[in-house]
Design a protein. Structure first.
Length: 390
């Protein structure tokens, strides 16, 4: 059901003709039919933020939005004033078809950087999508398909709360770094929530999900995560429960991104325990997840723990204090590094399963922990990105 799982939403995904991939759907529209029009958002911190990111940041500042238009086939990033004008024109056109104000329409784009969009194709897609809006399972599935780029499959989530629902979709497969990750996501709920709660819940959720995945260490110009709340259920959940469900939704979507990492043959969970703080544990996990040498080793089914500790050792002491002579590393349940020195022979580690678990314990005497997911680095990844065109 994706973004239409929650009451009060309609969606569509169609082909406008933006994408160079023949027959691919490339425009999605999601509409909040109310009665509330609450919206929250988190965006890329890249200084070359795309025109739709700049535009939608301004809209989200109000805490309200009625609709979102998303296109694949072009990022509209690094396109100057002309690119921003395209965003404004798209919002104006969508608003005229939907019967709402232009500043009630959010815009997101994904695809090749540095080229303007074919605006006629965008408008064509928006018109087709508005005419196809529906609350059916098929409509939600088409919307999730339309936002894909190098993804091999749609990524969606549906969660039941206490009398209300949360649904969502995400695109993301490559250009994934642990600074939100390269993705566009829309999460919908029919709960009655304030814009302040929606924003705080989303911030908490992204910090422990999309901020904790890493396919290739590359940060996008277009990352956008939006929450839309319709209030159609009539249920007002407690802040703690609502935040937990939004966190769960984002975690499930983030895990699906890792499972569809470009060309990946292994999903790698890196868990750091025994740190002095969550920030310290996260810094250590990110350092390990960013190692291309480790990713290549895992692709070769080699549990090379030397790649783990060498990356761990790059974390400055003032960020994560630990004694290297106390650190342990387990790979798929086998302690290959024990107290900073060899443990069990690496030949005892089974690498046959898709998931690889790397468990690091810093043994600082504290109990903070963090988890980051990443993928291995394969030949297919190189081919996909060497040949990439929107």
């Amino acid at each position: 059901m994706s973004v239409v799982f929650a009451q009060g939403f309609s969606a569509a995904g169609v082909r406008g003709g933006i994408s160079s991939v023949e027959g691919k759907k490339d425009v999605a529209v999601v509409v909040n039919n109310g009665p509330l029009n609450v919206a929250a958002g988190v965006f890329t911190t890249n200084r070359f933020a795309a025109a739709p990111v700049q535009y939608s940041r301004n809209i989200i500042a109000s805490g309200h939005a009625r609709a979102m238009v998303i296109n694949s086939g072009g990022a509209n990033a690094c396109t100057g004033e002309a690119g921003y004008a395209q965003v404004e024109q798209t919002a104006d056109y969508a608003a005229s078809l939907l019967g709402c104000a232009s500043d009630d329409v959010l815009i997101a784009s994904t695809g090749l950087i540095g080229e303007l969009l074919p605006l006629d194709a965008v408008f064509h897609g928006v018109e087709k999508a508005v005419n196809a809006l529906d609350s059916s399972e098929e409509a939600g599935a088409y919307a999730a398909e339309a936002i894909m780029t190098t993804d091999t499959r749609p990524k969606t989530v549906c969660i039941e709360g206490t009398g209300y629902r949360v649904g969502g979709m995400v695109k993301g497969s490559g250009m994934i770094a642990p600074q939100l990750a390269t993705m566009i996501s829309v999460i919908t709920t029919d709960a009655i929530v304030s814009s302040e709660l929606a924003q705080s819940a989303l911030r908490e959720a992204t910090s422990r999900s999309f901020d904790c995945i890493d396919v290739d260490g590359c940060m996008s110009t277009n990352d956008t995560v939006i929450v839309l709340a319709s209030g159609a259920s009539g249920v007002e959940p407690g802040a703690e429960e609502f935040t937990a469900i939004v966190c769960d939704a984002c975690a499930q979507l983030a895990r699906q991104i890792i499972g569809d990492g470009e060309g990946a043959s292994h999903d790698i969970r890196i868990e750091v325990r025994g740190a002095g703080s969550y920030a310290a544990a996260l810094a250590c996990a990110r350092a390990v997840s960013s190692s291309n040498l480790l990713k290549c080793a895992i692709y070769g089914n080699d549990p090379n723990w030397g790649r783990v500790v060498s990356s761990l050792g790059t974390v400055p002491v003032d960020i994560a204090a630990f004694d290297p002579q106390k650190v342990t590393v387990d790979i798929n349940g086998v302690r290959v590094c024990d107290g900073g020195k060899p443990g069990e022979p690496r030949e005892r580690v089974s690498m046959e399963e898709r998931e690889v678990h790397i468990d690091i314990n810093l043994h600082t005497g504290s109990s903070a922990q963090a988890v980051v997911w990443t993928d291995d680095l394969t030949l297919d990844y190189v081919h996909i990105n060497a040949d990439y065109e929107s």
